[in-house]
Structures are given as C-alpha cells and as structure tokens.
Ligand binder design. Structure first.
Ligand SMILES: [Fe+2]
Ligand SMILES: [Fe+2]
Length: 249
C-alpha cells in the first residue's frame, strides 16, 4: 500500500491511496486531507489497514503527534475506522463532528470523548478557521457533515463527487459527469427531497476548492459544480417517484 502526498492548496495536503481492487478496472482512491495550521486538522482517518501508510505520509509533512483535530464526513470504516489509532498516536487530538454523530456513535466508539459541534460552528485553528456544516443523509448517513476552511475557502466535501480511477490530485476540468457515472455504479447517495437543497446550501459558500474523498479534487467554479450535482440528484429523485394518480371522491 502506497500513500502519495500532494499539496493541493496553501498548506492543504491530499494523502491518497489507490486501491485497484475496488471498482475495477478503473480502481478507487481513498483520500485524507491534512490542514497544516497551528492546530493541524486531519479530515478522514482511513480504515485501520491504511493507518501505517497514511501515518507515514503525514510524517513527511509534520510529526503525527502534532495533529490537534480529527474530522470526517460520517461514520463508516473508510472515514473513521482508524480513529482510535490516530487518537493514540496524537495525544492532543480530539475528534470533531456534529451533534448527531457524537451522540449516536462517537461518544461510544471513540477512545476519547469527541467534541460535538453545532451546525455552522467554527474553530480557530490559528491563521485559519474551520466551520462544521451538517448535511444529514447527504450523500448518506444521518450524521453526515462537511468541513469548510474559511481562509482558503476549501470545502472538504467527503463522499460528494465520488468518482472512480486514479486521476490527478487536483483538476480544473468537470468532476460532475464522473460523479454521475460513479453514482450509477454505487447508488451511494440517499435520494430524498432534502438532497438537492443541502447541496445547494454548500454552493452558497462559494468554495474555491472541493477536497474530494474518492477521486480528484477540484479547483474552479465549485458553486456551479455543486448546483449541477444538486440538479442531477433532483432529476434522479423525480424519475424515481411514482406518478401521482388522483382518485376521484
Ligand atoms: Fe461514505
Ligand atoms: Fe468515503
């Protein structure tokens, strides 16, 4: 297992591990993001078997024990399977997540108590601020949420825009069509009436970059990309709903 490190924004590092066995023949990447600040943030932990490779990748940027905050999109093994290994390796680290994730799962699963953040609450990490945003069931998981770094306007959007393959770390080309193709393979997104509005709420942040967990990250008009993704899910939901038949009284 080999994890590559790329600085995709000002002191924002993408740690990427390609797993060809997942979604062959294109394969699939699992990414973590490291924000280098006075209080460094790791977003996504990786599964437990990724820990040796990902922690070695972090160590090329900073000592692992410097990590202060650990976040992730929702409670699944690729997002947080190794969280207790990180908590052991970084004694100052605290897990941050929304109220739902903390109260439903993390207060029990995590070896140290997590810090629960309200929707929209931010933390000053020194020269930068990270804001937690609730996105329940988007793309999946009641407890789902994302992080927005206010200085660089980087949106750490977790499984949104998931796509297959081992593309470049950062692209300025379309990532919506590859995400739609991946959705047709995985059907990973919960299609509800709130899916598109939640994604449009993220577009209103006008992010400058989308840090994508599975696939290439994106720099460009991220608001447009988010609106296009929301429109796609709106269309899918509309197509999935039965046509309403009026029963005469
Ligand atoms: Fe997920
Ligand atoms: Fe994921």
């Amino acid at each position: 297992m080999n994890t590559t490190v790329t600085e995709i924004g000002d002191r924002i590092y993408r740690l990427s591990t390609f797993v060809p066995e997942v979604a062959p023949p294109a394969g699939f990447v699992f990414n973590q993001f490291l924000i280098d600040a006075d209080e460094p943030v790791l977003f996504h932990c990786g599964g437990r078997r990724f820990f040796p490779s990902v922690s070695a990748a972090v160590a090329t940027v900073m000592p692992v024990e410097k990590i202060r905050w650990i976040g992730f999109g929702h409670v699944e093994s690729d997002e947080c399977g190794s969280m207790n290994l990180w908590l052991a390796a970084a004694p100052q680290a605290e897990i941050i997540h929304g109220l739902t994730a903390c109260h439903v799962s993390l207060q029990d699963l995590a070896d140290r108590p997590p810090r629960a953040l309200a929707d929209g609450e931010s933390i000053d990490i020194g020269t930068r601020r990270i804001r937690y945003i609730d996105t329940p069931h988007v793309p999946h998981g009641w407890e789902a949420g994302v992080l927005f770094e206010e200085t660089t306007r980087a949106l750490f959007c977790g499984d949104l825009f998931t796509h297959t393959g081992n593309g470049p770390a950062l692209v300025e080309t379309d990532i919506v069509a590859p995400a739609m193709a991946a959705e047709d393979i995985f059907h990973a997104t919960a299609l509800t009436p709130t899916t598109a509005p939640s994604i449009r709420k993220l577009a209103a942040l006008k992010p400058a970059m989308l840090a994508v967990m599975h696939g290439s990250s994106y720099r460009g008009n991220a608001a447009n990309a988010l609106h296009a993704l929301a429109g796609y899910y709106e269309q899918r939901l509309g197509a999935a709903l039965p046509t309403r038949t009026l029963i005469p009284a």
